[in-house]
Design a binder for this molecule. Structure first.
Ligand code: ADP
Ligand code: MG
Length: 327
């Protein structure tokens, strides 16, 4: 039975994971040591999840671990980086093995899938929270930033949008629907797939990229601000799943509103020059991830929402402050 902090680290964290050749020294010393190949840069990102704020205290630990790592992997994907190493700072109220065992199972299942190795961390006592720092590798100069969008580029998203918000509404009992549909949407919320292979494939093709964590209209604004351009999104081009349309009883407008505002989608949103359309098609064909053009980059600043080239016929309640029109 694991008892103290050191036992926990040894039992749960030191053993069951991928062993990468570029890790010279892993868990157990004062620092980890890793080798970085010449001509590569390290992309680094940190995210914290706090019980009661980012997940319910009694949430399934395996899902909490998945969400923590998936959201960090999504940040690497958005940079075009290949996952390599991760550190875990864990604060636990007590050494609760009934919590730790499924947490580690969820964590290492995803870590193994992406060959990312846990190389260190910290374990402390206190209110439950999880902080991960992920590190990934990207060929020098090829990282996908938010600042490279150019007037004339297309703007795209991967996958479908809106399912995560529908799943969350179901989890919080704010909405109801038939069980099979509810199960599918809840799964989309908890088990979003980080688009790592898409991010890698977009190197040299996309001009800017980010992952959708706060809702596409909030996130696209970061591209428009950092790139000093305006972005037009055609709501009719937003990719909507059959499940989302069923959840909305076929009401496209409601589905489009969810698609625009749904956070924690972990889909990628990226811009690319028109000249790269064929290269994009070829590069993403191997990923088995669908992508959709949802609009274009134009001169100006802010974001405008259009419907088949005309102004929107409806208002996006509560989100208007995010929408700055350039018309
Ligand atoms: P220090 O006192 O030097 O901070 P610790 O006793 O906190 O060392 O940790 C010992 C070793 O275990 C270190 O290599 C550290 O990176 C690792 N470690 C501690 N907690 C975790 C964790 N939750 N996950 C992975 N590695 C951990
Ligand atoms: Mg420590």
């Amino acid at each position: 039975m694991a008892k103290n902090e050191f036992d926990i680290i040894n039992h749960y964290f030191a053993q069951q994971q991928p062993q990468r050749d570029d890790v010279a020294l892993a868990i157990g010393d004062d620092c980890a040591l890793v080798d970085v190949a010449a001509n590569y840069q390290v992309a680094i990102s940190t995210d914290s999840l706090v019980a009661g704020t980012h997940f319910l205290v009694d949430a399934d630990p395996a899902l909490v671990a998945y969400k923590a790592l998936a959201s960090n992997l999504s940040d690497l994907a958005a940079m075009g980086a290949t996952p390599a190493w991760v550190s875990l700072a864990l604060t636990l109220p007590t050494i609760d093995e009934a919590w730790l065992a499924p947490f580690c199972h969820g964590f290492f299942e995803l870590a193994n899938k992406y060959n990312i190795q846990l190389i260190g961390g910290d374990t402390t006592k206190g209110p439950l929270s999880i902080t991960l720092t992920v590190q990934g590798l990207v060929p020098r100069g090829q990282a996908l930033t938010r600042s490279g969008a150019q007037v004339g580029d297309d703007i795209y998203v991967t996958g479908d949008l809106g399912d995560s918000a529908a799943g969350l509404a179901l989890i919080l009992n704010q909405s109801h629907c038939e069980p099979a549909l509810a199960a599918a949407l809840v799964e989309r919320h908890f088990k979003a797939q980080p688009r790592v292979n898409v991010g890698e494939a977009l190197r040299g093709i996309a001009s800017a990229a980010l992952d959708i964590s706060d809702g596409v209209i909030a996130d696209v604004k970061h591209i428009s601000d950092r790139s000093q351009v305006a972005i037009e999104i055609d709501v009719e081009q937003l990719p909507l799943s059959a499940e989302l349309l069923a959840f909305c009883h076929g009401d496209r407008q409601q589905a489009q509103q969810l698609a625009l505002t749904s956070g924690e989608e972990y889909e990628l949103c990226f811009t690319a020059p028109k000249a790269n359309r064929d290269a994009l098609k070829l590069a993403l064909a191997h990923t088995n991830v669908k992508y959709s053009c949802i609009g274009k980059v134009v001169a100006g600043h802010g974001l405008s929402l259009l419907q088949l080239d005309k102004p929107l016929s409806w208002q996006l309640s509560g989100w208007d402050h995010f929408v700055v029109t350039n018309k």
